[in-house]
Every structure is written in C-alpha cells, then in structure tokens.
Design a protein around this ligand. Structure first.
Ligand SMILES: C[S@@+](CC[C@H](N)C(=O)[O-])C[C@H]1O[C@@H](n2cnc3c(N)ncnc32)[C@H](O)[C@@H]1O
Length: 353
C-alpha cells in the first residue's frame, strides 16, 4: 500500500491527509508476546503487567468488505480505498466505480478512488461478472466470503515487495502483512468434509486463476486461504465487543457493517471472561483495549461474540461450535464444566508415597 500518494491529492483537506497518514500506523504493545497453547494453538500473552485501559493492539485490515443491506442507499458503506476505509454516507458525496461494477464499491473522494485504482482493477471485472450470479445462486454469505478472498488476493497482488531496509526484524514477534495471513490457523483438515466440498465447488466455478482474476495461486492454495479466512475473519460492529461483566441493562454492539481479516489481531483467542475489548476505529482498524489489569504471563483474550446474548455454559459452547467450529476451553467454561462422576476421589490413581 502506498504511503506517499495521498499527500499529492488535488485538493486535500489537511484533516484528510492527517487522517490517511494516521491510518498507516499500527501498534503492538511492547509487552505482548506470542506463545503456543497445546489446545488453542497460537496465543498472545503479556510478558509484563498491562494496566486496565491500555491500548494493546491496533491492526490494519489486510482485506475488508462492507456488509450492508441496500448499499446504494446505506450510509454505512465504507470507502473501498484500504488506506481509508471510512464510512461514506450518501450525503457527503460518494464516488462509485467508473466501470459500474457493484453498488457495494464506493469511495469517499475522487482522490481515494484514484489512489485505489490498481487494487480495485484487480477485483473489478470479477465483481461485475460474478457478484450478481453468486448472490442469486449461493446467497449473501458465500458472496461475502468469496469477495473477502478476492480482496486478500488483491492486497497480496498490490503489496510491495519488502525493501531490504524494511525487512521486519525477527525479534518482532507478531507477523504482519501477507506473512501474517500465511501464518493464520485453519487448515483444510480442521473443517468438515461437506463444508470443504462446498467451498471447492464455489472456488472451481468462481475463483479459478483466469484473466478475470490473475492471482497465480493453485486451487489448493486458494482453498487453504478460504479455510484460514473462515477461521479468522472479524465482523465489524459500531460498539465494543467483550465488556465483562456485561453491563446492566445490556448494551448490544449494534449492526454489523463490515467483515475483515487482520493479520495480527487474528492471533487473539476467545475467552468467555475476556481481559480485552475490541472495536474497530473509524479507519476500520481493529483496536484491542485491556478491560482489566493483565498480569505478567496471562493470556490476552477477546470475546468472539456478544456476551450478553449467550450466558450459560451450554449456550456459549453451542454458539462457538456452530459459528466458529471449536469447543471453548477458556477458564470460565472449563471451571463451569460439571464434575464427571469418575472424577471423584474413588477413581483417583493411588499415589506411591
Ligand atoms: C482467530 S484464531 C485464534 C488464533 C489461533 N489460536 C492460532 O493458532 O492462530 C481462532 C482459533 O483459535 C482456537 N481457539 C480460540 N479460542 C479458543 C478457545 N477459547 N478454546 C479453544 N480453542 C480456541 C480455535 O481453533 C479457533 O478456530
């Protein structure tokens, strides 16, 4: 993503430039370290005390799509320029695709549209040809999933090769950019066979490497990317997710307006007693904030769902299994598990003292 093009805008307002430049900066708290849990996989931990209220992570999406009903009239559509991602209300004068691909694609200014040309050219013909048939035949969810994949490939396509002096030192623990996407969890064999078959059909029909979408990836590589995307994408909501204990009366997080994949934020595991909240900022960046003091060695977790909606162990686990395909092993769930009959002292192995 270019970092200089925006300061050569025809008539940039100072605020807009400041805003775009600001959106180039991500942040990883220096006390965050990566480790691996035998059950949950990769995780992030605090190496030292992180006080309540601290900003722990700011991560820019590698791919983001708007998720709104009736995009032509919706004020929550986001600017398609990945360096901007601002909400673009109709009254502020939106700019649409000159090739009229789909109404979901819009920019907040002509400068953002021009700056985004190379990336959007990658997806434009594909959107124009396939968006409508996919929506009609497979529905909004599958269309959104395929569009996120196309945008991941588009970002990869336009990501500059790392300059020698830009190479991220190995001491920087959390991977970013395409390297972060490649390291996401979600291999093919973690998904049900039926699901993988359905994705394979979709990919064969709509995402084959062709002049419409010149990505250069094999079908197996794209299938792997789908598995990763499905295990790691975030829904974007206007208010915070994961306030614990849930406020009384309950405040929900509002209507989802976008979906995105974040290379670094995707490292956070779920907990039903999270110590971080998450919320997108006005640039679509994901912000993690410590919601209580996090002690050295503790895992830093978010909640993947609205904790006011699913409260008891059974409904939380059921929701996570259905929507995220794993059985929650957080501290709260494991401590609320009923004690199995054979867990009592009579079945304990005898110790040789
Ligand atoms: C967004 S990724 C989180 C990072 C992941 N652990 C990794 O290795 O990259 C989500 C995946 O992490 C695992 N996970 C996250 N929270 C978990 C939890 N509370 N209990 C068990 N597994 C969890 C599940 O495999 C889930 O599909």
């Amino acid at each position: 993503m270019s970092q200089v093009v925006y300061i050569t805008l025809e008539q940039p307002t100072p605020n807009h430039i400041e805003y775009i430049l600001k959106s180039q900066t991500d942040w990883i708290h220096p006390h965050l370290i990566e480790s691996v849990d035998p059950v949950k996989g990769r995780q992030i931990r605090a190496s030292e005390h992180i006080p309540k209220g601290t900003c722990v992570l700011i991560d820019h999406p590698y791919a983001i799509i708007p998720v709104v009903d009736d995009p032509a009239t919706n004020d929550d559509l986001i600017c398609s320029n990945p360096a901007c991602n601002r909400r673009s209300p109709r009254h502020s004068g939106r700019f649409s695709c000159s090739n009229s691909c789909i109404a979901d694609v819009a920019w907040c200014s002509s400068a953002c549209r021009d700056a985004d040309k190379a990336r959007h050219d990658f997806e434009c013909t594909w959107l124009k040809r396939y968006a409508d048939p996919i929506r009609k035949k497979w529905g909004e969810y599958d269309f959104g999933m395929l569009w996120v994949i196309v945008r991941l490939l588009a970002s990869r396509h336009t990501e500059p090769e790392p300059q020698k002096d830009n190479v991220v030192p190995t001491s920087q623990r959390l991977k970013r950019g395409w390297a972060g996407i490649e390291s996401l969890c979600g291999s093919v064999d973690t998904w049900p066979h039926e699901q993988v078959r359905s994705w394979t059909t979709l990919l064969k029909k709509y995402l084959q490497n062709s002049p419409v979408l010149p990505h250069g990836f094999s079908s197996d590589q794209v299938l792997h990317l789908v598995c990763q995307e499905e295990a790691n994408s975030f829904g974007l909501y206007p208010r915070e997710t994961g306030i614990f204990p849930p406020p009384q009366p309950a405040v929900d997080r509002g209507e989802q307006f976008a979906a995105a994949v974040y290379p670094t934020a995707a490292m956070a595991n779920h907990s039903c007693v999270p110590n971080m909240t998450h919320k997108p900022d006005e640039d679509g960046r994901m912000i993690f904030t410590a919601s209580r003091d996090i002690l050295p060695g503790q895992e830093c977790c978010i909640s993947y769902f609205d904790l006011t909606k699913y409260t008891d162990l059974a409904s939380r686990r059921e929701h996570l299994r259905k929507s995220f395909k794993f059985t929650c092993q957080c501290d709260r769930c494991t401590s609320e598990e009923p004690v199995e009959e054979n867990d009592d002292w009579t079945s304990m192995p005898m110790m040789d003292l």
